[in-house]
Design a protein around this ligand. Structure first.
Ligand code: PHB
Length: 386
């Protein structure tokens, strides 16, 4: 008995100390306030990944350290990222819903040499702010260019643009205009609305008075999408014959159902729809519902969480007890996989995502409002980087 205990102790001592230690992923995003669902969707996406593939790779369990910015709140995001690397000693930073929060945390990733896996923040510039950033979401130019191409090909000749007045909105406005005008269309007016508490009605009225063929919209998903649709409906733009085209942030699956009738027929371009028809997506949606009882359905931030976690798991599988920032980013920037959204890969030169962008129309199936994909642009790189 004694000898047995003795040799067990020796055996245990021989196991490298890190073998039993979890891999820590610090998740920085809003989990409270107006954008609470940004964080909740990403977390549910990550947990859906665990549900389907387990949470332990190379003997190491992946542990999420959830940190709420209550944002958009760049200063808080930076402080939380700092605490995660210095005090909690995380192996990865992840999450990041709002561009200003990702930009604020970027220098922390660089200094600590920690991979920072972006699951939403979608301004083109984000990945250029640190060599440790890799993005598994989208960029606004990447989804806006296909919308412009589609509009020009489908009888829309002049467009008024409305975007939120911060980096991703400006990215969307500029790319839409560049692509649409290169294809022969004309942007006849542009407005930018405030990031905090916008009152859309006066802007929407101005657009109605200008009588464009269509209005192109980017607002951050969630609360603002709902508020914009309400103003669009109340001011009677549909009846005035003004078509609504947008990035899929407007027809966000997280809030689509609550928009009701007025959203029917809205055309949008995006990288993910909960209604995407593939075996991978069906499995994902099912796992999502099993882990996220209080969310209506996965949105694009959930799929960003799922794919970002798939990439982190791949690093853990390959590096095991030897996770180091430089080795990790080397693996991350070569990721290629079949996502619930379709095929994706990371462009090693920019660490940004290359993916299919879908054109979708909101349709009602039974009592469900869904983004139904009907056209697609494969292998789209971020045009903002040319
Ligand atoms: C961003 O801040 O980058 C952002 C936020 C919400 C979106 C898209 C982009 O829906």
């Amino acid at each position: 008995m004694k000898t047995w205990l003795f040799s067990a102790a020796i055996l245990l001592a021989m196991v490298p100390a890190a073998a039993q230690q979890p891999v820590k992923v610090g998740v920085v995003a809003p989990f409270s306030g107006v954008a609470a669902d940004f964080g909740k969707q990403m977390q549910a996406g990550m947990e859906a990944f665990f549900k389907l593939h387990g949470d332990t790779f190379a003997g190491r369990r992946i542990e999420l350290l959830i940190r709420d910015t209550g944002g958009p709140n760049p200063e808080v995001a930076k402080r939380l990222a700092q605490e995660l690397v210095t005090r909690d000693k995380v192996d990865f930073l992840a999450g990041f819903g709002f561009t200003p929060e990702a930009l604020a945390a970027a220098p922390v990733a660089t200094e600590a040499k920690k991979p920072m896996v972006v699951m939403n923040a979608a301004t083109s510039i984000v990945t250029a702010r640190s060599p440790y950033i890799v993005r598994f979401s989208m960029t606004l130019p990447q989804v806006s260019a296909p919308m412009a191409t589609w509009a020009a090909k489908n009888g829309i000749k002049n467009v008024y643009t409305l975007v939120t007045d911060y980096a991703p909105g400006i990215d969307a406005e500029k790319q839409f205009k560049a692509t649409f005008e290169a294809a022969g269309g004309k942007v006849v007016g542009s407005v930018r609305t405030p990031l905090r508490n916008p009152e859309f009605a006066p802007y929407v009225q101005r657009i109605k008075d200008a009588k464009p063929d269509a209005v192109f919209i980017f607002v951050p998903a969630g609360e603002q999408s709902v508020a914009f649709m309400k103003a669009f409906e109340e001011r009677g733009l549909k009846e005035a014959g003004i078509r609504l085209i947008a990035t899929g942030d407007l027809t966000d699956d997280d809030v689509l159902q609550s928009m009701g009738e007025p959203v029917l027929g809205v055309i949008s371009s995006h990288h993910y729809s909960a209604a995407h028809d593939s075996p991978e997506n069906r499995a994902f949606v099912k796992a999502f519902h099993a882990v996220a009882k209080d969310l209506p359905r996965p949105n694009f931030m959930a799929v960003g969480g799922y794919d970002g976690m798939a990439a982190i798991a791949d690093v853990v599988k390959k590096l095991g007890n030897d996770i180091d920032g430089d080795k990790a980013i080397e693996i991350l920037r070569h990721e290629k996989m079949t996502s619930p959204r379709g095929p994706i890969e990371i462009d090693p030169a920019t660490r940004d995502i290359v993916q299919t962008v879908y054109i979708r129309k909101v349709e009602k199936r039974g009592d469900q409002y869904l983004n139904i994909e009907f056209d697609k642009f494969p292998d789209v790189k971020d045009p903002g980087k040319k």
